[in-house]
Design a protein around this ligand. Structure first.
Ligand code: GLY
Length: 406
């Protein structure tokens, strides 16, 4: 009788043992079979980026996109919000390969715009310096890079207005921005400039940069998002009172629509805010934005969004690969912080982006890695083209994926 009892106990013990051991496994270990081998994807990307470096070396300029004729379009050497991405891509290649040549190339190209650290008329210093010198500092801890980051953060901080609680995105005394009747426009993209401020507070021990970043993130949380967690592109404020004057778009389909890259900037931005503060409100916002993106009816099966989720001619609208690459990289980080797994979406995006539909053949596409991004349709600029930032966030995502899951 006793023997029979023990026989019944054996399966129970096995189940108990299994559940105890599987509890100590991470999400990624449980899903090990689902992990994509990204080595061949990274090798191909390295081949293409190496060819682009040869091209850039002839001109000593930074590739940005291609012209309508298919020629290379170089970043504006006076200042270009995209200038940090090319050296940033080289830093990711250095991190991945450990080949010193990539470090030398990254240093050479970021040196071209080092003096822009003093610019105070543009909010994009976060993009420019965090993606270049920031990655360089993360990988090498070079003191010279640290000083550059501090200068850039000081310049960016001058754009903070305490009545509004935000960094000003665009100056309105010139260019197309002067025609929109804005006083203090803040764009969702500006969430991406906060990483520089968080980083500089961390490396200097001075909390003032982080305080600005937190204020900006909180004001944006209060005013940029709709009930369904999509975001407006531009919120304009009264710089004296901090009151919201209008909620509009600049690069999206309509004021009330959801510009695809804007949603990606928000997702990435709040994920970074959570990394540096561990404030649950930021994590929840990132999860809500992810939900909005992933459950959107306008998302095609391959996960690569149209340029605006509400564009009126879907499915006959251009895709925006840059939005997909930013979303992918953000989701890989967000997946670390949540019990919910984003791995199936992450894998779907990697498979799509690495396919011939979006990855250019070697030695074509002016040696950009990815095709089919959109700069700004309302400005009739950079439509269905490669963009250096699509490549940058794609490489970041691949290296993050490799570091995290392998
Ligand atoms: N921050 C500019 C853009 O996303 O186009």
């Amino acid at each position: 009788m006793n023997k029979v009892k023990y026989i019944f106990l054996i399966p129970l013990l096995i189940v108990l043992l299994y559940s105890l051991t599987s509890k100590s496994k991470t999400k990624s270990e449980i899903l090990r079979n689902d992990i994509i081998d990204v080595v061949s994807i990274l090798k191909k990307a390295e081949q293409q980026l190496s060819l682009q470096v040869l091209q850039a070396d002839k001109e000593n300029r930074i590739p940005r996109t291609v012209t309508e004729n298919g020629d290379m379009y170089w970043a504006n050497s006076k200042f270009d919000w995209t200038e940090g991405f090319f050296p940033g891509s080289c830093w990711y290649m250095y991190e991945y390969t450990n080949n010193e040549d990539w470090k030398v190339t990254a240093e050479k190209y970021q040196a071209l715009f080092e003096s822009h650290k003093y610019i105070t008329t543009n909010h994009d210093l976060g993009f420019v310096f965090n993606c270049s010198f920031g990655n360089g500092y993360r990988i090498t801890e070079d003191e010279v890079f640290k000083q550059v980051l501090i200068e850039a953060a000081n310049s960016l901080s001058t754009r903070f207005n305490s009545s509004v609680g935000c960094l000003k995105s665009w100056d309105v005394n010139g260019g197309w921005q002067s025609k929109r009747n804005w006083k203090f426009p803040v764009i969702i993209d500006n969430m991406m400039n906060l990483e520089l401020l968080f980083l500089v507070s961390e490396i200097t021990g001075n909390p003032k940069y982080k305080k600005i970043a937190i204020a900006h993130a909180n004001t944006t949380l209060a005013n940029h998002f709709r009930e369904n967690n999509s975001s407006y592109h531009v919120v304009d404020y009264d710089p004296e009172t901090g009151q919201v004057r209008s909620k509009q778009t600049a690069q999206g389909f309509a004021d009330g629509s959801s510009w695809a890259r804007g949603q990606a900037w928000g997702l990435y931005g709040y994920t970074v805010c959570y990394r540096y503060t561990k404030d649950k409100a930021y994590l929840e916002q990132a999860q809500k934005i992810a939900k909005y993106i992933l459950h959107n009816n306008a998302i095609p099966k391959d996960g690569i969004p149209f340029w605006d989720y509400d564009a009126d001619n879907i499915p006959n609208e251009p895709r925006d690969v840059s939005a997909a690459a930013i979303t992918l990289s953000a989701l890989i980080e967000l997946d670390e912080y949540t019990s919910q797994s984003y791995l199936s979406t992450i894998n779907n995006l990697i498979k799509s982006l690495a396919s011939n539909d979006y990855t250019a053949p070697i030695d074509e596409n002016q040696n950009f890695i990815l095709m089919h991004s959109v700069g700004s349709i309302p400005h009739n600029n950079e439509i269905d083209v490669p963009l250096n930032y699509a490549d940058y966030y794609y490489l970041e995502a691949l290296v993050r994926y490799q570091n995290r899951y392998w």
